[in-house]
Write a protein that binds this ligand. Structure first.
Ligand code: ZN
Length: 87
């Protein structure tokens, strides 16, 4: 199996001791079977995913504008942006 380890569910089976092979939910560390569907987990994952999306967009903007990274990194508050983006 060829999966990005960072995207893999971190849960481990109690009985076999083997790590879960499913992909984690977007922005989360566990798959939907291992708690990824719980409301609080989903909410946290959504916020994290939104922050990542905002940061990626900011990165694109910087790349287009050609301005130095540090400048925009200081300006962008991911939490505030995530709140603005959420419905
Ligand atoms: Zn899992």
């Amino acid at each position: 199996m060829d999966m990005d380890e960072s995207r893999r569910c971190t849960a481990t089976a109690k009985r076999s001791g083997e790590r879960c092979g499913r992909a984690a939910i977007v922005g989360g560390t566990v798959c939907s079977v291992h708690g990824g569907k719980a409301p609080q987990v989903r909410q946290a994952a959504e916020v994290r995913a939104a922050k990542l999306a905002v940061h990626a967009e900011a990165e694109r903007m910087v790349a287009r504008a050609g301005s130095p990274w540090l400048a925009i990194d200081a300006q962008v508050d991911p939490v505030r942006w995530a709140r603005l983006l959420s419905p």
